[in-house]
Structures are given as structure tokens and as C-alpha cells.
Design a protein around this ligand. Sequence first.
Ligand SMILES: Nc1ncnc2c1ncn2[C@@H]1O[C@H](COP(=O)(O)OP(=O)(O)OP(=O)(O)O)[C@@H](O)[C@H]1O
Length: 252
Amino acid sequence: MEPLLQISHLTKNFSDGKEDEYKAVDDVSFELFPGEKLAIIGESGSGKTTVVNMITRLLDSTDGKILLDGEDITHYKRNKMKNIYRKMQMVFQTPTESFDPRCRLGDAVAESLRNAGIPKKEAMEIVKELFKQCGLPENFMKRYPHEVSGGQCQRAAIARAIAIKPRLLILDEATSALDVTVQAEILQLLDALQEERQMSYLFICHDIALVQNFCDRVLVMYQGKIVEQGKTEEVLHFPKHEYTRMLLDSVL
Ligand SMILES: Nc1ncnc2c1ncn2[C@@H]1O[C@H](COP(=O)(O)OP(=O)(O)OP(=O)(O)O)[C@@H](O)[C@H]1O
């Protein structure tokens, strides 16, 4: 099977404006296959979000290559990314901030469908269905982001991200701010979508229990490098690298 996402030797240097360059991401390579759920774990500052920001092209990479579904997107600019965002969507930690406060949630979700050329009436029908699928009452389509709870807003963010049926969903601490029950419901929804659509997930996460329950494979990052990767069970129960052992000891 061909990988959906293929990352090779990805590197990001940040400069402090003087001579020194700081390697936030250092020669990172990995693959993500269709239908797979992959987690990146590591302490704060290890480079996880920087990796995601390069994949989604919010940030230019210093070196390396990013292939999505065989297409080299490493140097794609904003206008070319529009098509790519049909295949790849992101959900971030703070959903309220990712919505326009003046836009009703239903319209915000419909916008991505409208951008994909779907007429308004049809788009609103799809949104209605998506809200149902994401466990949101239909009348929430009329609400503004500040009129719903954090968990409800995150469901709307997921509804928006899956609206155009992407093949890859990147979740950067997307469930961290939610309480445990809501988190479990959202993970159930993601599991159902994965089965239904063979979606792939890249999960950036601090929560080891969640990774254990949800993800097939784990990458461990430390100081910009991947120090260990493998099946979730193997990495979490039989960590090979000293840093992974420390990380697990500190959270378990
Ligand atoms: N725009 C930037 N300019 C300079 N340094 C940056 C920039 N963005 C990130 N960094 C640095 O790069 C390193 C990696 O940051 P990154 O946000 O990727 O870590 P992370 O593993 O996602 O952390 P967290 O779990 O806290 O979100 C950090 O040392 C951070 O300070």
C-alpha cells in the first residue's frame, strides 16, 4: 500500500536574527498509511507543532520533502494549497479561535463546501447531516461560536474539517481542552469516520492514555528529532529509548 503522507528528512531552522540557528525540527522522516492513526508525542518544545505547520504549509521548511498522496507539496504556496486542503484538514486546540466570531456555525461549516463548488441549498443540507453526525442539535447551525461550549465548538470544528471528506485529518491537541466525556465522544466519532471513510489521522497529543486507546502507531520526538517509533503497544510497553522511558515515567 502506498503511504498517504510521506515525510522525508524534514528540517526547520529558526534564526534568532543573529548568527545562531536553532533546529526546531531535525531530519524527521515518517510515513502515514491510509486508514492509519498515528500519534506524535514528546515534551513541550520538542517540535511537534512545527512538523504539523510544515505539513499544512503554514510554515516553510528549511529542508526535506512532504509528499501527500504522491504529490510533492513541499514548496506549495497558498493558492496551490486550496486543492490540497480538500485532501487534508486540520483541527486545532482552541476551536473558538478558529471560527470567525461574526459567522454562524452552520454557515462556517457550509463555507468549505461552497468553496468546493457545492450550491448553497445542497451545502446546508450536508451541514445539517454533519451536525447530526457530530452530535450537535440542528438548531446549533444558527448559533455563533461564543454561544456554544468549548466541546460543542470543537465538534463544529470537526464537522467543518470532515465536510469535504478529506483523506487526512491532523489534530493538534484537538481534544486537550475538553472534558473526559466529551473527549471520549469525539474519539468515538473519529473512530466511526475512520471505519466509514478509511480516513487517516495524525494526532499531536500529550495524553498517553488517549494515544494508547486510539492510535495504531506512535512517534516520539525529542529536541526536534524522532527518537523512537513503532506500534503503540510496543512503544508504550517496551520503550527502547531512554527519553521515551522518562517521558512515560513522568506521565504514568
Ligand atoms: N516561529 C518561531 N520562531 C522561533 N522559534 C520557534 C517558532 N515556533 C516554534 N519555535 C521553537 O521551536 C521549538 C519547537 O516548538 P513546537 O511548538 O514545535 O513544539 P511542540 O513540541 O509542539 O510544543 P508544545 O507541546 O508545547 O506545543 C520550540 O523551542 C519553540 O520555541
